[in-house]
Design a protein around this ligand. Structure first.
Ligand code: TXA
Ligand code: MG
Length: 318
């Protein structure tokens, strides 16, 4: 049975107040939201996603003022970053107070806070007396959703309502910044590019060392964002496309391959445009019965190309 969906913010608020789960639109990807102060409601998010409890959730607020009771120590750089980038695609990891349920932060002394930009979700948050805990609205390890259809493909009655905000404009998750230490560290590459961040900070932030056994952002596990079909990341130069293979094209890199088997991410090789379509491309090819294997070339390492390469690495067949 299809999940009810629509633009009724008041209905979504009632469901959330009753401890239910609602999918919410953001500028990055859709979230699977519940009352972030209610451990029982939070527990049902993990159940619905089949997500391990060691992987903490982000708390979503309308603005920094609403988040203050949950922040133990205000990092000195936080107001400046919020002024520049929020509401927007950044998650700030800060030391937390006891108002954050242990389950939300998986027992860590920190919590991720985020101020999403989508107008429907901003209105929703302003009508709620609590923050929303929300991971991306996909099954654990599967492709993130950037429109309601992607959610309908993965869930049924685990979600009470999809607040339909159309397609996500950015299409790749928020950039996660650890502000709980002395220096700013990027824990996850995302829709805010390193270049934009560097401009505001005045220096290049640290990049968390990638370790699959002890990831710094616990969700940075080895296999993630993965289609059910094998995805290979390789150079297209010598690729001979098998009959049931399909490629994710970026600019003219797949011009020599069968155009009927190509999902074009950006004809003029624009990293932002490609990021916006990336997860939809994976969903579309994964759902197409005539395709059994997906190929993609690494993206150029600038702007959102870095975040896309990170997703590719985890989604790819090893
Ligand atoms: O764009 C986004 O961030 C989306 C939308 C819905 O807001 N949310 C999202 O949530 O991507 P999720 O749960 O799929 O990814 C959040 C990541 C996880 O990898 C988790 O391990 C990490 O954030 N995280 C959460 N709290 C953390 C903390 N206290 N310290 C380090 N990493 C944390
Ligand atoms: Mg996710």
């Amino acid at each position: 049975m299809a999940i009810p969906q629509g633009t009724d913010v008041a209905f979504a608020a009632e469901l959330l107040k009753a401890g239910k789960r609602v999918a919410i639109p953001t500028e990055t990807v859709y979230g699977l939201a519940a009352n972030g102060t209610d451990p029982l409601a939070v527990a049902t998010i993990f159940e619905a996603k089949h997500r391990p409890f060691f992987d903490p959730l982000i708390l979503h607020f309308a603005n920094l003022t609403d988040a203050m009771p949950y922040v133990l120590e205000m990092p000195s750089i936080l107001p400046k970053l919020v002024e520049q980038f929020s509401p927007g695609p950044v998650t700030y990891v800060v030391k937390r107070t006891a108002f954050v349920p242990d389950l939300v932060s998986s027992g860590l002394p920190t919590v991720g806070i985020r101020f999403p930009k989508h107008p429907l979700t901003q209105t929703l948050l302003s009508q709620l007396p609590f923050p929303l805990a929300a991971p991306s609205a996909n099954r654990f390890g599967y492709i993130s959703p950037t429109n309601p259809h992607h959610i309908q493909r993965q869930f049924t009655d685990e979600i009470s309502y999809i607040l339909d905000g159309g397609s996500c404009v950015l299409g790749v998750e928020s950039t996660i910044l650890d502000l709980s230490q002395h220096t700013v560290t990027i824990l996850r590459q995302g829709s805010l590019s390193v270049e934009e961040l560097t401009d505001v900070l005045g220096y290049t932030p640290n990049m968390a060392a990638v370790s699959s056994s002890r990831p710094s952002a616990p969700g940075n596990v080895d296999v993630h964002y993965a289609p059910r079909k094998p995805l290979y990341v390789l150079s297209f130069k010598d690729l001979v496309l098998p009959p049931n293979g399909a490629v994710l094209a970026f600019g003219n890199n797949a011009n020599h391959l069968n155009p009927k088997r190509t999902y074009q991410l950006s004809t003029d090789a624009n990293d932002r445009e490609a990021a916006g379509l990336f997860f939809d491309a994976l969903h579309t090819l994964d759902a197409d019965d005539t395709i059994d294997t997906i190929y993609c070339e690494p993206f150029p390492e600038y702007g959102l190309g870095r975040a896309l390469n990170d997703r590719l690495k985890r989604a790819a067949k090893k």
